[in-house]
Design a protein around this ligand. Structure first.
Ligand SMILES: O=C(O)COP(=O)(O)O
Ligand SMILES: [Mg+2]
Length: 228
């Protein structure tokens, strides 16, 4: 593929920049214990992340990716999860290898970058700050910034508008089919990492433009400053 030079690079959070499942799984299991229900474990939680904390809590309660829990049980569970996650947002979470190197390369080569996530803002900002990533981004769009979350294109179009960039000059980097769908609907190009959370499916099945093994590989696909 010919190297590109997008005007804006918008990057997903969970499963792309940060492995946040260790904290999310800890909070899911603590919530389950407080509800006198069985714990679910990290492997299940890994398949349920990507559609926001509300959907994660619903999936944990029914122990399945599709379907709805009893509304009363859910109404009891959600505040418990939110309280736990507010205290356990980042300490077990890990920035993936190559991420800081890739972000430094983007900055050094004058790329403008943003972050888009389905995670609510109350958790997104502390997580990015705790991991030393917040200052890289000119715009951060969280799961509750717009009226709709990914796979809807609204958060991507909102970010592009904030930056004053045309969507067809923008690139999204993500890990899930929601990122691919949102990017296609918004008119962004889309790169994916293969190591994140795609509900147990191989992201290649969703045909992103490029699959990069790590952020350290970005210079293979993006033009450096001044590169013809
Ligand atoms: O599901 C979430 O809370 C966040 O997931 P995302 O950062 O991959 O959009
Ligand atoms: Mg993700």
């Amino acid at each position: 593929m010919e190297k590109m030079r997008p005007d804006f690079v918008l990057i997903d959070l969970d499963g792309t920049l940060i492995d946040s499942v260790p904290d999310l799984a800890y909070c899911v299991d603590e919530m389950m214990k407080r509800l006198d229900m069985p714990v679910r474990g990290e492997a299940s939680v890994r398949n349920w992340v990507g559609n926001g904390v509300e959907r994660l809590v619903q999936r944990a309660l029914i122990n399945a990716i599709d379907g709805e829990p009893d509304p009363e049980l859910y109404a009891r569970a959600l505040p418990i999860f939110k309280e736990l996650y507010a205290e356990n947002t980042s300490q077990r979470s890990v920035v993936y290898p190559g991420v800081k190197e890739g972000l430094d390369w983007l900055k050094a080569n004058d790329y403008r970058i943003g972050c888009v996530t389905n995670k609510a803002e109350a958790f997104t900002i502390p997580l990015l700050k705790d991991k030393g990533l917040y200052d890289y981004f000119e715009v951060v769009v969280s799961g509750d910034t717009c009226s709709k979350k990914k796979p809807d294109p609204e958060p991507l179009l909102y970010a592009a508008k904030q930056m004053g960039v045309a969507p067809d000059h923008a690139l999204m980097i993500g890990d899930s089919k929601s990122d691919v769908k949102a990017a296609r609907a918004a008119g962004f190009r889309i790169f994916c990492v293969p190591y994140g959370y795609n509900h147990g499916e191989d992201i290649r099945a969703y045909e992103p433009d490029v699959v990069i093994d790590s952020f350290a590989d970005l210079p293979k696909y993006l033009k450096a400053k001044g590169e013809a």
